[in-house]
Design a protein around this ligand. Structure first.
Ligand SMILES: Nc1ncnc2c1ncn2[C@@H]1O[C@H](COP(=O)(O)OP(=O)(O)OP(=O)(O)O)[C@@H](O)[C@H]1O
Ligand SMILES: [Mg+2]
Length: 141
């Protein structure tokens, strides 16, 4: 199979029932494309954390997956409150999760640092009151 692929996925804020589904689907697609398991694992972790953040903090998003022979790219553009201080949000342990989210096991403040660790490129841009854009790239070679 040639390793080029494009697909969009909707992620809905507050939908904890379906949370994680997009990351699982992306993982399955990459496996089917025959990508190596380390790359699949890194993208699966990064996309799961990005998806959970949309579910927890934003209203909705579209995830665009783009696979080329060179790289795997995921772009999420959400509608939501935005992130007022990105540098602070990137710090390990920083979280604005509610007690309800913490009871579900989220809110360690490790999602964004984990994305950074697993991605070759991780860019965040955000506009308060509008939304947040994540760009995650993992190089294939
Ligand atoms: N898409 C987003 N929209 C608005 N705020 C966000 C978004 N993603 C992250 N944040 C903010 O950045 C903080 C840090 O995110 P991070 O993923 O590192 O931790 P967390 O989601 O709070 O906890 P964990 O990921 O460990 O369950 C969040 O608590 C939230 O305030
Ligand atoms: Mg998170």
């Amino acid at each position: 199979m040639d390793k080029s692929y494009k697909q969009s996925f909707k992620v809905v804020g507050r939908d904890f029932i379906h949370a994680g589904r997009v990351a699982t689907e992306i993982k399955m697609i990459l496996k089917q494309l025959g990508l190596n398991s380390d790359i699949v694992r890194r993208i699966a972790i990064a996309s799961f954390e990005a998806e959970m953040n949309v579910v927890m903090y934003a209203k909705k998003s579209v995830f665009n997956l783009e696979v080329s022979p060179k790289e795997i790219k995921i772009i999420s553009e959400d509608e939501g409150p935005g992130i007022p201080d990105i540098e602070l949000a990137m710090k390990e342990g920083y979280s604005t999760a509610t007690s309800e989210m913490r009871e579900m096991g989220f809110g360690a403040g490790m999602g964004l640092p984990n994305i950074k660790k697993n991605a070759d490129v991780f860019n965040i841009t955000s506009e308060v009151g509008k939304g947040t854009k994540f760009e995650i790239i993992v190089y294939i070679n």
